[in-house]
Write a protein that binds this ligand. Sequence first.
Ligand code: HEC
Ligand code: HEC
Length: 380
Amino acid sequence: MDDGAADLRAAGAVAAAPGEPIPGLTPAQLAEFRAGAALFNKVFSPAEGLGPLFNENQCSACHTDPAPGGTGEQRLRKATRFLPPNRCDTLTAEGGENVRTQATPLLRARGIRRETVPAAATEQARFTVPFLFGLGLAEAVPEAELAARADAADRDHDGISGRLGRDSDGRIGRFGRKAETPGIAEFIADALHFEMGLTSPLRPDEGTVNGRPFPPGSDPTPEPEVSQRQLDLLAAYVRFLAPIRRAPARDAEDSATIARGERIFHEIGCAACHTPVLRTGPSPVAALDHKAVALYSDLLLHDMGPALRNVCGRASTPTEIRTAILMGLRYRRELLHDGRALGIPEAVAAHGGEATRARAAFQALPLAQRLALLRFLDTL
Ligand code: HEC
Ligand code: HEC
């Protein structure tokens, strides 16, 4: 669904520089943001619960560029078994879909250095690190607003369907590239568990090594390794990270080019998935309450065709993926879920499936129009 008027509202959208808190927080909320930032940047040691299996020892080891909450060079390894037409085995019996690549000294001393990709996997993917900017506003968008944009049966015949993501209990999901996590706190509990091997009240189990229990003595720290208070502070930090402000035009001519590029973005169908602006609903936090956020994503799953095939999810096939958030695009170098594209034309060239028409329209653009569109995208 396209909403041409949305860009006019984008001017009023909440935004700041990367890494800054949302404008309008109370002093108490700012204090939570700062305490959460300290935890986000904290290096956890094995004695504090890191591991036994993990990928990195701090959130900001991955989410770091151009500011904490940003992207990084790491790739998260995923593996699943897809049973067509629509069943996904997340390989829980063999340790789950997340393959962790590092082990603590105590686990290494017991001969285990990392997890391996389960033999039953039918697909593997490597996910790049996404920006966390503006996610608190994304969380505050009412489910009804997301549902209103979904068009699973393509009733408007524009070739674009868009489905709501779901978690394993059938609740509507919006976080992660498979859109299967409903809320920020839950995603963080998963990140602590999978990326850092830290248990929390939301995920008190230490897990396994490819489905086998950890050897005795390899995990001496009592659960939960992260307290409810620490989890709340991390969630407050991510929730209060501001969306990224658009880059200003250089001069009047540049401003006209950007406006032209923005119109083309709508005309050729990019905005049908990369929804410029979403609106939040009621929130107890005034800074999140009834605000506009220019994410340039509908937060829905789309079938993107075979070139972007990745893993399957709890409610998604391997070719479905959540619309990438284009806000902050000018700060990103490695595009698409696996980082294979180093520029926008290359990223669009890989768009297939529901985006086939938009890709063809992009590739048919006369040079001047293509440059105007690219100039617009470079201000995001
Ligand atoms: C090893 C690298 C790594 C570490 C460490 C890491 N993350 Fe992430 N993070 C990722 C990747 C990769 C994704 C994308 C996962 C996906 O799409 O399913 C992600 C996704 C997220 C998301 C969801 C973003 C979205 O657009 O839906 C949140 C929130 C998040 N991370 C928070 C954290 C927090 C908080 C920590 C520390 C507790 C953390 N991450 C540690 C790599 C990392
Ligand atoms: C059918 C929905 C859909 C349409 C239409 C669409 N996109 Fe996308 N776009 C996506 C999805 C989904 C991704 C994520 C793909 C991935 O990560 O592998 C994406 C990724 C991107 C990226 C990479 C962003 C990043 O950070 O990795 C760019 C750039 C982009 N799209 C631009 C465009 C442009 C320009 C158009 C119009 C020509 C367009 N898209 C049309 C769904 C769409």
